[in-house]
Design a protein around this ligand. Structure first.
Ligand SMILES: [Zn+2]
Ligand SMILES: [Zn+2]
Length: 946
């Protein structure tokens, strides 16, 4: 195996010292552009192999486009704002609550966030570079830079001017630990244990009659404002003990089974007849809120899968409840503060208590006043904060929104114009966009792009000003909190305008990544639409969405033309790979063991959108494939002349090889150009290992050693290998560059393989007919080798005649066209096509259009030739072991039985010639190598004479 570590480190050094990346970019200056936009990861330390895979896909595609002459933009980026960073800094400062940040000082806190956000950029950069990723590492885009902030402000200003931004009250998922709202795409569903209770609500004006409801969030009962029923489901009035209960007919058996009681049905009522019934809040004595609470109807949010068929409705604590509340003009009562504690409005009993922690107390109260019917714990999927894992609650808050509802139709029609790889990504994305609510972009935090919105504090005025650049505000140290908070404007009304203290959802930052990093000159060159983005499938809810939303707001179009979505990187069993699960393989370990080239080839062979299952075994195969490229180059080094072969007469097999090459180039380019490099990688691997190395090289070596038009073979191997390395370069750049520099650069002008042009197919060299014929020949060869095997005749031993029995014209033509190839590869003196089986003692083997025959008997002449070949091979091996080169002359010593000795003597000249021996002596000396040929003992030794 080749020394990947040495090779890769040497090439890294070469690229750096000779500025090859810069030269490769400069070469295409002024050519058509290719704008690749790198989705910014967080710089949080050592990269996950999955992050490495992500960058490798990007790198292979960008290297390809650069090699075909495009002026490719490859600036890496880092996401630096937002909760992920704040949470890390909180941990470092041992801060548990948001108010402690203000006590610590926003300025100091923000400074810490800033230094944390860039602390690991160097670490990650080094790892990316080690993987051979070519990007502008000296000049990444950083989302916290003022220029970036300004560009994001500009987008918001456009939204405001176009009427696509509004402030509103909304029920949103909320993390009371981080004290901020979450966008729907930030929710992380995990298993959570919660109470599951059935409760009776007493009907007003009826003696001893109750509605049965069910909830898993007892704390929201405080804010209960209504009960939903389905208009067409049948409900039943039942007698249980001495009470009368109402619930859905279909849920009766389940609920009764749960509580172990029997019920007598008194009446069946359709849901719509229950509408308007008034009931009493079960904890009314503790809650100051006194309103008329009624049954309302909803055909969309009441199901019969769980619960009782009546749905407890708290419009302040649930999105569906909120929608129904609006429909029936019910107040979105939300007696919960920003820290997740009940407010005074919840009543003295609850005020100040954390809502989730109040669950047991509420259950206890319901039990004591007789309202509780059933109480158990269940495990269910529940949304959590994606950063701190706290279970989320839903509360109403005032927030700022991008009015997605107004641009949704445009978003959906723009999606159709984008080129999707794979196709199903488009469908998934469309579904997500179709269901997306307005985009809540405000966050009640510190480290982020400040909302550029100022509002007049006078209640009767409330005038709003949105700014789009630094020029519109007095000079500040930087565009972050708290500096920006100090800026006020005076309003026309005489009041003071103050900034809305919120920062932006961090997804809004990356949503601007296509234009925010570009300076004026680059904007002219690359425009405002990226040619390609490449990210994982989790970005359907993330970056793909925030980019599209921002693009529609800013330019009324999708900001990317082509999208490639990759799968997840998982362990060999398909499980997520993480340190906490103990199945993590660090990137360093992979690089140490197999090198970056192997990891790249392995990752790029996987169908991009399937999950990539980690496998040492597959990596080993990739490594062996790369080793083949090395061996081929070493072979050329040995036999290729000092002067480049400019022209040569080509044999049929050489022309076939070139035809294959050109077909492979064609397919390879198609694959890369349609952003599906994996297809190109597979085609190329099969070509190098099967067509070139295992097949064509056998014929070429035979010709080169037998001096049978060696120039034609050498010319072919040289060109095919160089073209293959050109295609291999975007995939495994180190070894391609290494082999180019080690051998080919002596004959070619380019300093680096990346300064050469990517090979292009030459249609005139493609001969599909010849390729088809060679397929047949390869089939016949395999059959012949099997027939030899059953006859017990090794491939080295020549056979007199290979009979090919076939009536197919295609087969006959193929056999004729490649007769010499057939002879060489089956080691036959003659190939005969026959219509009837030959008579005699033969071993045969079928192929799809016929059968081959090999005579079981070896004739004496051939037998002797076989023995001579065996001797040659063993002597050559000894030469190899002793590291002799072509021109070293040897003496061969052989000790064996007389019959074999006689054969050797009859072939002495030929053997001596083949192994460059001065003479062969038959005598026993020290340290002879013992062996067996055709069941007879033989001992051989060699001695170098010059
Ligand atoms: Zn949180
Ligand atoms: Zn005003």
């Amino acid at each position: 195996m080749y020394e990947h570590k040495k090779v890769e480190e040497e090439i890294l050094k070469f690229w750096k010292e000779k500025k090859i990346y810069e030269k490769a970019k400069k070469k295409n200056d002024g050519n058509p552009t290719f704008y690749f936009c790198d989705g910014p990861p967080y710089a949080t330390g050592q990269i996950h192999p999955g992050t490495g895979w992500n960058k490798i896909i990007k790198d292979a595609i960008c290297r390809y486009w650069r090699m075909v002459g495009r002026d490719v933009r490859t600036q890496p980026g880092y996401d630096t704002h937002g909760l992920p960073i704040e949470v890390k800094v909180e941990q470092e400062l041992k801060i548990k609550h948001k108010h402690e940040i203000e006590k610590y000082g926003i300025e100091k806190f923000v400074e810490k966030c800033k230094s944390f956000a860039t602390k690991y950029i160097d670490v990650m950069e080094k790892q990316f570079e080690r993987l051979g990723i070519w990007m502008d590492w000296d000049n990444p885009y950083i989302t916290y830079h003022d220029n970036y902030i300004e560009s994001s402000w500009f987008t918001l200003k456009m939204a405001w001017d176009k009427g696509l931004m509004h402030e509103g009250i909304y029920v949103l998922p909320y993390c009371y630990r981080c004290e901020t709202t979450m966008a729907n795409y930030e929710l992380e569903y995990d298993e959570e244990t919660d109470p599951s209770i059935f409760v009776k609500f007493k009907l007003l004006g009826k003696e001893n009659e109750f509605l049965v409801i069910w909830t898993t969030t007892p704390w929201t009962l405080i804010a209960n404002m209504a009960v939903m029923a389905h208009p067409t489901f049948p409900y039943v009035k039942v007698k249980v003990d001495d009470e009368v209960w109402y619930l859905a007919k279909e849920r009766l058996e389940y609920v009764m089974g749960l509580i172990g009681k029997s019920a007598t049905i008194l009446e069946e009522i359709p849901g719509r007849k229950i509408a308007g019934w008034e009931y009493e809040h079960p904890l009314q004595e503790h809650i100051p809120k006194k309103v008329s609470r009624k049954v309302v109807l909803s055909d969309e949010f009441v199901t019969l899968e769980e619960g009782s068929g009546f749905v407890h409705t708290a419009p302040g604590h649930g999105l569906e409840d909120f929608i129904i509340g609006k429909r029936y003009e019910i107040e979105a009562f939300c007696p919960v503060d920003s820290a997740g504690r009940y407010t005074k409005e919840a009543g003295r009993m609850f005020e100040g208590k954390n809502v989730r922690e109040a669950n047991p107390e509420i259950i206890e109260l319901l039990k004591n006043n007789g309202s509780l019917i059933y109480d158990e714990r269940i495990k269910h999927r529940y949304p959590h904060c994606w950063r701190c894992k706290t279970p989320l609650i839903f509360i109403t808050t005032k927030q700022w929104f991008i009015t997605i509802s107004k641009i949704k139709e445009r978003m959906l029609s723009e999606i159709e114009k984008i080129e999707w790889h794979p196709d199903f990504a488009r469908d998934r994305f469309k579904e997500f966009v179709s269901n997306a609510p307005d985009w809540c972009i405000s966050r009640q935090r510190y480290w982020g792009i400040p909302l550029p919105i100022w509002i007049c504090e006078r209640k009767e005025c409330r005038k709003i000003k949105v700014i789009s650049s630094r020029d519109e505000i007095p000079n500040v140290k930087e565009l972050h909190r708290p500096y920006i908070d100090e800026i006020t404007f005076s309003c026309e009304c005489g009041g003071v305008m103050r900034r809305v203290p919120d920062v932006l959802d961090v997804w809004f930052d990356s949503g601007n990544a296509i234009w925010a990093p570009l300076d004026e000159e680059e904007k002219k060159k690359f425009g405002d639409v990226a040619d390609l983005i490449v990210e994982g499938q989790d970005q359907i809810r993330g970056w793909f969405y925030s980019l599209l939303g921002s693009g529609l707001v800013r330019y009324d179009k999708a900001p990317y033309k082509r999208l490639l979505m990759h799968g997840f990187f998982v362990d060999e069993h398909g499980e997520k790979m993480s340190k906490s699960l103990g199945n993590f393989v660090p990137l360093e370990e992979i690089i140490e063991k197999y090198g970056a080239d192997t990891f790249r080839m392995w990752g790029l062979s996987n169908t991009i959108w399937d999950e990539l299952k980690f496998s040492w075994e597959e990596m080993k195969i990739c490594s062996a494939d790369l080793n083949i490229a090395l061996n081929l180059t070493v072979f050329l080094e040995r036999f290729y002349p000092k002067k480049k072969i400019k022209e040569a007469k080509l044999e049929e097999e050489d022309k076939w090889m070139l035809s294959r090459l050109n077909n492979v180039i064609k397919e390879y380019r198609k694959a890369f150009e349609s952003s599906e490099p994996n297809r190109g990688v597979k085609i190329l691997r099969t070509f190098i290992t099967e067509d070139l190395s295992r097949f064509y090289m056998k014929i070429a070596k035979d010709r080169i050693t037998k001096e049978d038009n060696p120039d034609g073979a050498l010319w072919t191997v040289y060109n095919v290998l160089l073209n293959s390395l050109s295609m291999l370069a975007p995939i495994s750049p180190f070894i391609s560059e290494y082999l180019y520099r080690r051998f080919f650069s002596k004959y070619e002008d380019a300093e680096s393989i990346f300064l050469m042009e990517m090979v292009k197919e030459r249609e005139e060299e493609i001969n599909n007919m010849a390729e088809k014929q060679m397929e047949i020949v390869r089939e016949i060869v395999s059959a012949a080798l099997l027939a030899r095997q059953s006859a017990g005749i090794k491939t080295r031993w020549p056979i007199r005649i290979l009979y090919v029995e076939s009536k197919s014209h295609e087969t006959i033509d193929a056999t004729t066209a490649f007769e010499k190839v057939l002879r060489t590869l089956t080691n036959a003196k003659e190939v005969k096509v026959v219509e009837e089986p030959p008579s005699g003692n033969f071993c045969s083997c079928d192929f799809s259009n016929g059968r081959v025959y090999v005579d079981k008997k070896i004739d004496e002449e051939l037998y002797e030739e076989g023995i001579a070949n065996e001797i040659k091979r063993r002597v050559q091996n000894l030469r190899k072991i002793e590291n002799l080169i072509e021109r070293n002359v040897i003496i061969v010593y052989i000790d064996t039985e007389t019959e074999i000795e006689a054969i050797i003597k009859r072939h002495m000249d030929k053997i001596e010639d083949a192994v460059n021996a001065k003479k062969i002596e038959f005598k026993k000396i020290d340290r002879m190598k013992e062996d067996i040929i055709d069941g007879r003992e033989i001992r051989i030794a060699i001695q170098k004479v010059k």
